[in-house]
Design a protein around this ligand. Structure first.
Ligand code: NAD
Length: 251
């Protein structure tokens, strides 16, 4: 396994011309949003949430949708979450003109909230800050839909066409947006350094950014508390808290 140190990775970051970052749920745990697979993971604690995240159940069963809206209303996690030092350090890369793109598996909107330009961030699994109509594709802010639930609509339909509304995230069973996948592949293929932060790198195609970058000659640095699926291709594997390591390597 790769043995480069934090100091060496800091030098790589300083010298890089084009950095692509790939983030997963781990970068947001310090903002109070649990990841999926850990002991406090969302699905570990609430198996019904996994059912709601499958598109076929959601579309077929109004009770699944109602439960999903109720859970959103009751949970203040996403609404109250703020970017942490890990998110903020990555904005510095953009400010210095080094950020090629930031690909994120997260749906929490915290990279946007941290201050990135929207065109630098590729939310490959969508965003929970918006809703989308499953019929006509119209989008609206999540908060507006939640106001309707608060006011008594237990499964609010699309205001334009009456279709089913859903958070604008990619549920299981749903296709990814091909334009976002292409942009992510392009961003991975054209960087000279790829930083993979807070992901088990087991969800594809998001994780493919790592081998694509490696095949195109980029250095790979992985920051994660535990083993990932691509540690074997990385030039540096930094195991430890993101809130310490990411600010340290951005310098
Ligand atoms: P994951 O849950 O599979 O893995 C997260 C990894 O981050 C784990 O290996 C964990 O040990 C590590 N980690 C957690 N907190 C850390 C910290 N403070 N410092 C260092 N490492 C830390 O996450 P994934 O690989 O991103 O995939 C899960 C899927 O779940 C993704 O597709 C994503 O869309 C979705 N998800 C998103 C959010 C969010 O938007 N914040 C939250 C949960 C799940």
């Amino acid at each position: 396994m790769a043995t480069a140190t934090i100091d060496e990775v800091r030098e790589w970051v300083r010298a890089a011309r084009s950095i692509t970052v790939l983030t997963g749920a781990g970068i947001s745990t310090d903002s109070g949003i649990p990841d999926f697979r850990g002991p406090n993971g969302v699905w570990t604690k609430n198996p019904a949430a996994e059912k709601a995240s499958n598109i076929s159940y959601y579309l077929a069963d109004p009770e699944v949708r109602k439960a999903s809206w109720r859970r959103r209303l009751e949970s203040t996690l996403l609404a109250e979450a703020r970017p942490n030092v890990g998110h903020l350090a990555l904005v510095e890369l953009e400010r210095r003109g080094q950020l090629n793109a930031l690909i994120t598996q997260n749906i929490d909107g915290l990279h946007h909230a941290a201050g990135h330009s929207p065109d630098k961030v590729i939310e490959i699994h969508g965003s929970a800050r918006e809703v989308v109509c499953m019929e006509c594709g119209e989008r609206a802010p999540m908060e507006r839909a939640l106001e309707r639930v608060r006011a008594g609509e237990d499964d609010p339909p699309c205001r334009s066409c009456g279709g089913i509304l859903k958070s604008a995230t990619i549920s299981f069973g749903q296709s990814l947006v091909s334009r976002d996948i292409e942009r992510a592949e392009q961003a991975a293929a054209t960087c000279d350094l790829l930083l993979a932060i807070g992901s088990t790198l087991t969800v594809v195609p998001a994780a493919y950014a790592v081998p694509i970058a490696a095949q195109n000659g980029a250095r790979i640095a992985i920051v994660n508390a535990e083993e990932t699926a691509y540690d074997h291709v990385a030039d540096a594997v930094l195991r430890g808290p993101i809130a310490e390591i990411v600010p340290a390597i951005v310098g």
